[in-house]
Design a protein around this ligand. Structure first.
Ligand code: CAA
Ligand code: NAD
Length: 294
C-alpha cells in the first residue's frame, strides 16, 4: 500500500519531530493538537530546525518552503480522516490514546494504518480499542526525532505482514532505520534503557555521587553522548514517570519501579528541559545542577 498523507496526533517533543521528518520526506502531513498554543510551540521548534538546516547548507530555501507547504496544524480530528497512516504521539496515558483511536476508527477508511509512538504501553492494548487490529502497529521513534536514526516497528499478534512491510518502507523513505520488535512493554530499547535511567536516580537518592559526577561518569567513562540525568531531563520526567509506572505494572519487577525522588520531582512540576527545571535548572544561560536537598 502507498502512503501519501500522514496524520500525527500531538505536537509535543515527539509529535513535532515526527511531523517534521514526514513533511521533509515529501508526505502531506497534518498534526492534531488540543490547543493552538501547542501547535505554535511545536511548529516554532520545526522552524528553528529547518532554518538551521538551510544555514548549514543541508537544505535549500526552496526545500524548506515546500516542507512548510506540506505541513498543516489542526484542532479537528476530522482533518485526519483521509490519511493513509496516523502516528499517535500524545501523552503516555492509555485512556487518552484509546479515546483518540476509537474516534478515528470511525472516521477513517479501512485502508488507514494506525501506529503508536508509545514508549511503554503494549500496542495490543490500543489496537483492541479499534476494529482494525491487523492495520495497527507500533512506530517507536527516538528523541530528538530529526537526529535519531532508529524506529522500532512493533508487530502485535494481530498485525498483518502487509502493514509491517508498508511501515518498514515508510521508515526508510523518511530516512530512518527500522528494526522489528515484538509487542512487549518497552520493546527492545526501553526494556534496557529505562532500568538504567531509574538506577541513576536511585544512585543519586542513595548519595552515591552528585548529579554532575553521575552524568560525567557515564559520559566520560562509557562515551555516552549524555549522562543519564541529563537524558532524563531531555526525555521529560513526567513522561519517564508514566513509563516507569506502566512498565512496573506490566512486569512487577523492582527495576522498573519509579523511585520516590522521581515522583516528588514530577509533583513539584520539575519535568526537565520542557518546564525549565529537572535535575538541572535551564532558566539561566547554561544548565546548573539543581539543589534537590539530598
Ligand atoms: N532537535 C533537532 N536537532 C537537534 C536537537 C533537537 N532537539 N538537538 C541537537 N540537534 C542537532 C544539532 O542541531 C546538531 O546539528 P548540526 O549538525 O546542525 O550541528 C546535532 O544535532 C548535534 O547537536 P549538538 O552538537 O548540539 O550536540 P550533541 O553532539 O551532543 O548531540 C544529541 C545532541 C543528538 C541530542 C546527543 O546529545 C544525543 O544523542 N543524546 C542522546 C539522545 C538519546 O539517547 N535519545 C534517546 C532517548 S530515549 C527515547 O527517545 C525513547 C523513549 O521512548 C523515551
Ligand atoms: P509531550 O508532553 O512533549 O507532548 C505530548 C503532546 O500531546 C502535548 O503537546 C499534548 O498537548 C498533546 N495531547 C494530549 N492529548 C491530546 C489529544 N487528545 N490530541 C492531540 N494531542 C494531545 O510528550 P512527548 O515526549 O512528545 O511524548 C509523546 C509520546 O511519545 C508518549 O507516548 C511518549 O511515551 C512517547 N515517546 C517519548 C519520547 C521522549 O523522549 N520524550 C521518546 C519516544 C517516545
Amino acid at each position: 500500500m502507498e502512503i501519501r498523507k500522514v496524520g500525527v496526533l500531538g505536537c509535543g517533543l515527539m509529535g513535532s519531530g515526527i511531523a517534521q521528518v514526514c513533511a521533509q520526506a515529501g508526505y502531506e502531513t497534518v498534526v492534531r493538537e488540543i490547543d493552538q498554543k501547542f501547535i505554535d510551540k511545536g511548529f516554532g521548534v520545526i522552524e528553528k530546525n529547518l532554518s538551521r538546516a538551510v544555514e548549514k547548507g543541508r537544505m535549500s530555501s526552496e526545500e524548506k518552503e515546500s516542507t512548510w507547504s506540506r505541513l498543516k496544524g489542526t484542532l479537528s480530528l476530522e482533518d485526519l480522516k483521509d490519511c493513509d497512516l496516523i502516528i499517535e504521539a500524545v501523552v503516555e496515558d492509555l485512556k487518552v490514546k484509546n479515546e483518540l483511536f476509537s474516534q478515528l476508527d470511525k472516521l477513517c477508511p479501512e485502508r488507514t494504518i494506525f501506529a503508536s509512538n508509545t514508549s511503554s504501553l503494549t500496542i495490543m492494548a490500543m489496537a483492541a480499542s479499534t476494529q482494525r487490529q491487523d492495520r495497527f502497529c507500533g512506530l517507536h521513534f527516538f528523541n530528538p526525532v530529526p537526529v535519531m536514526k532508529l524506529v522500532e516497528v512493533v508487530k502485535t499478534i494481530a498485525t498483518s505482514q502487509d502493514t509491517i512491510d508498508t511501515c518498514f518502507d515508510f521508515c526508510r523513505k523518511i530516512g530512518k532505520i527500522p528494526i522489528l520488535a515484538k509487542d512487549n512493554s518497552g520493546f527492545i530499547v526501553n526494556l534496557l534503557l529505562v532500568p538504567y535511567l531509574l538506577d541513576a536516580i536511585r544512585a543519586l537518592e542513595q548519595g552515591v555521587a552528585s548529579i554532575e559526577d553521575i552524568d560525567n561518569g557515564m559520559k566520560l567513562g562509557c562515551n555516552h553522548p549524555m549522562g543519564p540525568l541529563t537524558l532524563l531531563d531531555f526525555v521529560g520526567l513526567d513522561t519517564t514517570y508514566n513509563i516507569a509506572n506502566i512498565m512496573f505494572e506490566e512486569y512487577r519487577e523492582k527495576r522498573y519501579a519509579p523511585p520516590p525522588l522521581l515522583r516528588k520531582m514530577v509533583l513539584a512540576g520539575y519535568y526537565g528541559r520542557k518546564s525549565g527545571k529537572g535535575f538541572y535548572d535551564y532558566t539561566g544561560e547554561k544548565p546548573v545542577p539543581m539543589d534537590l536537598g539530598l
